[in-house]
Write a protein that binds this ligand. Structure first.
Ligand SMILES: [Fe+2]
Length: 295
């Protein structure tokens, strides 16, 4: 099933490309204003929040108990986040000792050179299962391109889950960790991401765009982690002048049948170096065993 061919298609058109170009030019102008990075980074570290999610599995998957994932998205490096800021952020993640680090896209903002800002930061984390990433829309910005994203990931030993998955095994238990391309600008293929999954295998999907959730739920994806929305970024008292989800998946937890979506608010900022009532967020997802009384 190619999610991009279904009813929620949002493939890049000329208008979207023009908007992307304008965003890039505006941000490059604002980037040149002295002090914007330090201003944003001060806000980021002052208001950084950690959200803990329980990924419940049945007894038969008990071998997965305690597995922990750190999910970071929308860092928009270079826009208002420097290499030193990224290093500090990844050092905080390393302290948590996650088994895997999951990167949910929009790692860079408008320039390919922004990938280099991660050089020292990525060295800070060495999770036993590795670092995994999916592309966001900014990885496809004019002048960046997916080939640069893939080359950067390869250079750091990061596994890109772009319409593919991998099995994480522990003893006789296993989990299918997979990812899709960006729904807004890319070509997500959920079928390809799930190919190779065993029947009944708990599945964790990474999707930059949250609006893929219903399709994921229809395909028995147990958990989906997404970003893209920045939780509104500027959302005074929950009012969001800019909304990136057409389905109301602006932030936080959503359910559909037995499937769960968590939309992280991300860490960086786009256009302006400011967040209002949309605190930057690192999501820590931990696998636990569902007790019979949990229902
Ligand atoms: Fe973003």
């Amino acid at each position: 099933m190619r999610a991009g061919d279904s009813w929620f298609t949002a493939r890049a058109g000329r208008v979207r490309r023009t908007i992307a170009g304008l965003v890039a030019r505006t941000n490059r102008l604002l980037d040149a204003v002295p002090g914007t990075r330090s201003l944003y980074e001060r806000q980021l570290f002052r208001s950084l929040s950690w959200t803990h999610l329980d990924l419940e599995v049945d007894d038969q998957h008990a071998g997965l108990d305690g597995l922990r994932f750190a999910f970071l998205s929308d860092l928009h490096a270079g826009s208002y986040l420097s290499g030193a800021g990224l290093e500090r952020l990844f050092a905080l993640v390393a302290e948590l000792k996650p088994d895997a680090v999951l990167l949910g896209g929009d790692l860079v903002h408008t320039r390919p050179a922004e990938f280099r800002l991660y050089d020292r930061a990525i060295e800070r984390v060495a999770p036993s299962l590795g670092v995994f990433a999916v592309p966001g829309n900014h990885e496809r910005f004019p002048g960046i391109g997916l080939e640069r994203f893939h080359a950067w990931a390869l250079g750091h030993g990061i596994r890109v889950l772009r319409n593919e998955g991998t099995r994480i095994g522990r003893g006789r238990a296993s989990l299918w960790l997979c990812g899709v391309d960006d729904l807004g600008e890319g070509d997500p293929d959920l079928g390809a991401a799930l190919a190779g999954r065993n029947p009944g295998e708990p599945t964790l999907l990474l999707s930059h765009h949250p609006d893929l959730f219903h399709a994921a739920a229809e395909h028995d994806v147990r958990w989906t982690l997404a970003g893209h929305t920045h939780g509104g970024q500027v959302a005074p008292f929950g009012w969001m002048p800019v909304r990136h989800s057409k389905l109301g998946f602006d932030r936080g937890r959503h359910r559909s049948g037995g499937s769960e979506l968590y939309v992280g608010r991300g860490l960086g900022a786009a256009i302006i170096p400011l967040r209002v009532h949309a605190r930057p967020e690192i999501v820590v997802a931990r696998v636990g065993i569902r007790r019979p009384s949990d229902g």
